[in-house]
Design a protein around this ligand. Sequence first.
Ligand code: FAD
Length: 290
Amino acid sequence: MKPAAFSYHRPTSLDEALTQLAQSDNAKVIAGGQSLGPMLNMRLAAPAALVDLNDLTELAYIRDAGDMLEIGGLTRHYQVEESELVRNCCPLLAQAARTIGHYAIRQRGTLGGSLAHADPAAQLALIAVTLDAQIDIVSVRGQRTVPARDFFVAVMATALEPDEVIRSVQFPKAALQEGEAFRLFNRRHGDFAIVAVAATVALREGRAASLRLGLSGIGPVPVAYDALASQFAGRIPDRAWIDRLARAVRDAIAPEDDARISAVYRKELTETLVQRAVARALERAQERTA
Ligand SMILES: Cc1cc2nc3c(=O)[nH]c(=O)nc-3n(C[C@H](O)[C@H](O)[C@H](O)COP(=O)(O)OP(=O)(O)OC[C@H]3O[C@@H](n4cnc5c(N)ncnc54)[C@H](O)[C@@H]3O)c2cc1C
């Protein structure tokens, strides 16, 4: 199939893009086109106007912003994956970006597009929720900041209004004595994950001073398990500790059966991936404190 007719706009500034969005009743922005392109072709989306962000180089950047790493909405997945700054300041994000789809998709797909599309299994959404990132959103009506944990509302539904654009995302930088790991399971290389786990562990005097844990694939939106993780903080993180943590996560989640995958399978997969992610995060933390 081919897309339904639409008018096409290619603004050269963010202000111009926001005005064009505000002037149309049914406009959509297009960034990498990796998700919207197929949706247009299948007529799952039929906007009256497309506002193409690809000339807005002001939205494509990665910047050190003190305690945070700030990434523009038009930054491509491969730029996040390859950036020295991201690898040094937010290695979990770089690791997750490397696993998105295939090479060609990472060349075109953008951070803003991935978050706005809100696929329940999207890597960048999971990292944003796990790390408690802040999403900077603009429209002709002004600016607002939405925590990633409030941004994802349901499967492919977010807090974005139709005239709004994701300008940038602020990710907290990793602590010095922190290790991290991202683990996913999919059937074929490049497919969306069935379950994915993001974990960080910070060590102090041999104990797990703090840890973060996020999961996707077990519900409509990615979820951070801060309360559960904090119950395991302060202990000596040995193998038994990892196994107890993974078992507690398994008991805490309530995935549903779907046409392909049973809830029991997702629970077992989650337990295994949590074990592996936390063990690897711990190893990295130990290397960095040695
Ligand atoms: C074969 C295939 C495999 C893939 N595998 C994965 C995978 O494993 N993991 C994964 O995470 N993703 C995967 N993707 C999706 C890919 O990461 C897309 O890049 C991403 O979902 C959308 O980014 P985009 O820039 O292409 O957005 P587009 O397709 O251009 O837009 C998607 C949506 O976001 C909106 N939008 C875009 N930019 C903004 C912005 N700055 N502000 C507000 N709204 C905006 C658009 O209006 C549209 O609704 C895959 C895609 C394909 C085709």
